[in-house]
Design a protein around this ligand. Structure first.
Ligand SMILES: [Zn+2]
Length: 409
């Protein structure tokens, strides 16, 4: 089987080169090109595969297949043919971003281990952030700050990042913070004297290229704490984006950044106050509307019979009706309200009426069927929604009759 010569270890900063197409195979329905040599790094060690161009073809991913072949995967079909010499162009922005995140992860894991004795369980280099799952169930804010300060001090020191291939035997003498997982020769990556570990990934050449490393957040997972970080140009972009957000909020509130929290607290208080006032106003207007209904109501044994269509009520006013009804000593009420969604809200209240439950049973057996009413409750209130609002007048007529019958008028 043909083995592609990797150029990415030798020339991790190589953005362009030329190569010859050796074979074209299929990968999940797309063409995959095998080159004689390549600067494209295949996915591995948590680092994503490279992207870029081979001549006119767009490479969307680089993978190693189960036969160990290094595949440059294009979307769809390629116009390239075996034997073609092609210009190879790496998506440098993508590659360098992950070189920064990956190297920052080494530095963070090494520093967590060196300063706090905390090992790394797993890492993930994501599109938005990089995460390190710690061999610990918690980490304090002061320890996070300690680590963050230390890694940024190392970034500023401009420490070289180097790689060296050693024998398996020699690797065991290096005091690696994690056992070697490969057989045979081992590629050792060092960040000055601050971290030494076996790794097959691509790294920046100097710690100063990491620019800045920032802690983002943490979460608990499988009894461990997972910490999220960002580094490099991605970190700078985040700081800028966050500053724009802070500025925008500040200008909306007309306050400087340091007064934003107080400004938001004031807004929340005002909102709570305004909601309270609205609730009171709705309750007052609903009380007036109910009083109008009571004035027009009939009585049975001194009990007001209030049966009406609340078409003039707002939905919010109708929602406070149950609360208002409870303040009456005795009342037989039935009200419906056609809602904006076309359904018919209904309310039955039998306050101060003995055996209200059996009266409601009668309501359920007939009138409620007219509006296909669903819902329920317990004495003295029952409520729900009907689907057939066309029948509401008929429903109300039935309710008047039913009340008169059951309340012995
Ligand atoms: Zn690495």
């Amino acid at each position: 089987m043909f083995t592609t010569t990797p150029l990415y270890y030798e020339k991790p900063y190589g953005r362009t080169s030329t190569a010859t197409v050796v074979e074209i195979v299929k990968w999940k329905g797309n063409d995959a090109i095998i080159l004689d040599r390549t600067i494209f790094y295949p996915e591995g060690g948590g680092q994503p595969g490279d992207r870029g161009t081979l001549g006119e073809s767009n490479v969307t991913d680089t993978q190693t297949d189960d036969q160990g072949r290094l595949l440059h995967i294009v979307s769809g079909q390629t116009a390239l043919a075996v034997g073609d010499t092609v210009a190879v162009g790496l998506d440098w922005h993508h590659r360098y971003d992950y070189m920064q995140q990956h190297t920052a992860q080494h530095l963070l894991s090494g520093t967590l281990h060196r300063l706090l004795g905390i090992g790394t369980v797993s890492v993930h280099l994501g599109h938005d952030d990089m995460s390190i799952e710690l061999e610990a169930d918690t980490i304090s804010e002061s320890d996070i700050n300690l680590v963050e300060d230390e890694v940024n001090a190392i970034v500023r020191k401009s420490v070289p990042v180097t790689a060296q291939v050693v024998s398996q035997a020699e690797s065991t003498t290096l005091g690696l913070r994690r056992p070697v997982k490969v057989d045979g020769d081992v590629r050792i990556v060092r960040i000055g004297t601050y971290d030494t570990i076996a790794c097959g990934g691509i790294h920046v050449a100097d710690s100063s290229e990491l620019i800045s490393i920032q802690f983002l957040r943490s979460e608990r997972i499988r009894g461990h704490v997972r910490t999220f970080w960002t580094a490099g140009e991605r970190c700078v972009a985040m700081v800028r984006r966050n500053r724009e957000i802070v500025d925008a909020i500040g200008s909306r509130l007309s306050v400087p950044p340091e007064a934003i929290l107080q400004g938001v607290a004031t807004l929340q208080e005002q909102l709570t106050d305004a909601k309270h006032q609205i609730r009171n106003a709705v309750s007052r207007s609903a009380t007036l509307l109910l009083e109008q209904q009571l004035q027009a109501a009939g009585h049975a044994d001194g009990i007001p019979l209030v049966v009406f269509d609340a078409a003039q009520w707002t939905e919010d006013e109708f929602k406070v009706l149950p609360e208002l009804v409870l303040s009456f000593e005795s009342l037989a009420l039935c009200a419906v309200k056609k809602r904006e969604d076309g359904k018919l809200a209904w309310l039955v209240a039998l306050k101060g009426i003995e055996d209200g439950q059996s009266v409601f049973q009668a309501v359920r057996q007939k009138p409620l069927l007219l509006i296909e009413g669903k819902g329920g409750g317990k004495p003295p209130l029952w409520q729900g929604v009907g689907t057939d609002s066309m029948q509401k007048d008929q429903f109300l007529d039935h309710m008047v009759e039913l009340y008169r019958e059951h309340l012995h008028v």
